[in-house]
Design a protein. Structure first.
Length: 133
């Protein structure tokens, strides 16, 4: 289950309305059949296209445990995403429920809201991550 996530994934998360963006790098390492270690680096930019020198950088280490699947509606139909429980170094051990979906060399991550009755996101964030060679 965890194999499809292994590697480094990157993408620019631009917010045109706010005039800001962040370049996200997620590096996944498999630690068990259903567990991953993730190092996330977010470089924040004062424009919507990740092109001006970064103003700040945030790092986090997270442990993910795959906890099943969930159907998520997308344009043109639905996909089956993996549900995961994340424990981040930045959140003092607090568990966060998240969804992930890989389609070839792209990955989508759940939005922070809305959430279902079990606490998992029901939609994807706009950010699309691309697997790096």
């Amino acid at each position: 289950v965890a194999d499809k996530y292994v590697g480094t994934w990157t993408g620019c998360d631009g917010n045109a309305a706010a005039g800001t963006s962040s370049f996200e790098t997620y590096s996944f390492t498999k630690t068990a059949v259903d567990k991953l270690s993730v190092v996330t680096v977010s470089k924040n930019f004062p424009n919507a296209s990740c092109t001006i020198p970064a103003s700040t950088t945030l790092d986090a280490s997270t442990t993910l445990t795959i906890a099943g699947t969930q159907v998520v509606a997308v344009a043109g139909g639905a996909v089956t995403a993996d549900k995961a429980i994340a424990v981040s170094s930045n959140l003092a051990g607090v568990e966060v429920k998240q969804i992930f979906y890989v389609n070839g060399s792209t990955m989508r991550v759940g939005n922070f809201a809305p959430k279902d009755a079990d606490g998992y996101p029901t939609t994807f964030a706009p950010l699309v991550l691309t697997k790096q060679p």
